[in-house]
Design a protein around this ligand. Sequence first.
Ligand code: PLP
Length: 470
Amino acid sequence: MTSSATQPAKDSRNGHFAASYGHRYMTRPVPTDRLPDESNPAAVAYQLLKDEVELDGKPAQNLATFCTTWMEPEADKLIAEGLHYNLADEDEYPHVSEIQKTCVNMMADLFHAPDISTDGGGMGTATIGSSEAMMLAGLAMKFNWRNRQLAAGKPADKPNLIMGTNVQICWKKFARYFDVEPKLLPLEPGRYVVTPEQVASAVDENTIGVCAVVGSTFTGEFEDVKAINDALERLNAERGWHVPIHVDGASGGFVAPFLYPDLEWDFRVPLVQSINISGHKYGLCYPGIGWVIWRNRAAVPEDLIFRVNYLGGEMETFTLNFSRPASGVLSQAYNFLRLGREGYTTCMTALKANADYIRERLEATGDFDIMSDGQSLPLVAWSVKESAPYTAFDLSDKLRERGWIVPAYTMPKHAESVTCLRAVVRENMSRTLADDLVDDVLWAVGELNRTKPKLAAEVIEREANQEPIC
Ligand SMILES: Cc1ncc(COP(=O)(O)O)c(C=O)c1O
């Protein structure tokens, strides 16, 4: 607790001191349907909100999220200090703007963008997360397709986008918000990524692009970008199409370059035009920072770019949102400078080692089927064996009793018979915490094995004793 929370606060309105606790809102509910009539001492407002938020799950035990829950104190300081710089005000804050460009250059280089020197730098922008980033990339694909269709005298009113049903919800949002038909390729039990053959049979001349996920939200697996590229290249050559690939690297974009540097998933693959990445996932920053990086300037249609001069000099803007704090960009730049390739590699290697450790211990119990492949994101996805008297949902609920947030969910359409649990390994997952987690899973399984059959028997007995409804 900070000192401002523990010190009595001076109420500026009537000059008396008000302790954080003992104020009127400690004995009356805070209004939630209208603005309070009176003001409150700062310490009271702080304490009320802090106490309420602390009722939520503990971020360190939230294994559902891919988002960072811990950064170094220096980063925290920089983030707080960056809050009052508006990233959109490039003319007023040219150094902040340069820092953003440096980050874009670093990522374009990391992802092997081919034309950085001729373009005068990488092409991309900071966003609030991967959702905004992929929407910009999706719009670029849509506009490029439309321009090609119109130039060829062909209709441009029925764009479609190819993706697996394993895509994150942002892709379905994009399709609906921007009037693009989503062509969703089905998965099946045991196969949770799309195949190049599926992609090739779905593409047509109205396809604006193909989304390949590097780091599936469901199992962490990487789609085979190179194989999808090869299938598409053949089709494009045969039919005279120009269907590109967008890589959703929300999670994998900061994992693959460090753990699997030889894996070709980025701009080394010829048809990859754009990549979205969440800085706030394995970029190791707090929520609020994502990036879209294009292959080169030519991949970004002019229609996407606006030029404004009302903040001073002329600047280009191509984001969905305008104003936002510089903090996210500063936190990303901090990590780049602080960690470098060496630090990211060390960190990702440690995450993978702990994910492997959790996977091996869970597998050794014989109670589960492991669904993540151990060669992609540092996470463990597993299902409960069919013979168990409890479900994945029961196990997830039981773990909440020990504070762990481990989500259970059904796989997407056509594979929905499979239910999965997933533990995302992030920077704050030490080997000790990993052991605590597995020990608690074992405890939960013991409890469920002991009580579930009993519960089932009780329900059967209760139902048998019920009067028939007539
Ligand atoms: C593969 C994938 N794409 C996109 C997103 C959306 O990312 P963001 O939360 O940064 O908008 C996620 C989030 O989990 C994701 O896993």
